[in-house]
Write a protein that binds this ligand. Structure first.
Ligand code: IMP
Ligand code: MG
Length: 181
């Protein structure tokens, strides 16, 4: 019988085994190694919580000297009709002139990554690229190019390898997709 897990009210089944994730992480690390070789100490900026597992595996495959930092997106309810406003907490050092690689677990509509890029731009970095484990191109509605995406998926909801369903499922080593049961 197929392996499933139950998280809160939903049942999930394996969609991408750990071996395939590892191969995709290796492929994206190879591209970054080629593109950033010889550049002055790039800075990886992981977005918590979802990117912790991806970034820990990615950084082991990076062959140039680099720095690493994590940030968290804080959401506030706006006092006016603008809705949710995000800001970054965690970056306490100047990023002026730095080569920034934002590391995300998943880019869906692009709203979160857009806010991150706007915030980081205020620090005048040399350049900013996005590296995401998963990308949902059909859902993406922003203009900023997602240069490094390890795996592209449809609009299905997935968990595992750092990604959660209402905080559960981050510990799973494979990627699971929600079933209709
Ligand atoms: P965006 O702002 O619409 O791009 O959404 C990005 C955020 O939504 C991600 O960082 C995740 O926290 C969450 N998210 C989007 N799709 C999924 C999914 O399939 N599984 C788990 N979280 C997701
Ligand atoms: Mg996230």
């Amino acid at each position: 019988m197929e392996k499933t897990v139950k998280l809160h009210d939903k049942t999930f089944r394996v969609m991408i085994p750990a071996s395939e994730i590892d191969a995709a992480v290796k492929a994206v690390a190879d591209r970054i190694n080629a593109d950033y070789a010889g550049l002055e100490t790039p800075l990886f900026v992981g977005v918590l919580n979802g990117s912790f597992m991806f970034l820990s595996d990615l950084i082991k495959k990076i062959e140039f000297n680099s720095e690493l930092s994590f940030v968290k997106l804080a959401s506030y309810e706006g006092t006016e009709s603008t809705g949710k406003v995000h800001s970054l907490i965690g970056l306490n050092k100047s990023i002026e002139g730095r080569h920034i690689i934002i590391v995300e677990d998943i880019v869906d509509t692009g709203a979160s990554i857009e806010h991150m890029i706007e915030d980081l731009r205020r620090g005048n970095p040399a350049d900013i690229e996005v590296c995401t484990l998963f990308f949902k191109p059909a859902s993406y509605s922003r203009n900023y190019p997602i240069k490094y995406s390890a795996l592209e998926i449809g609009n299905e909801f997935i968990v595992g390898y750092g990604l959660d369903y209402d905080q559960l499922g981050r510990n799973l080593k494979d990627i699971y997709v929600v079933t209709n049961e």
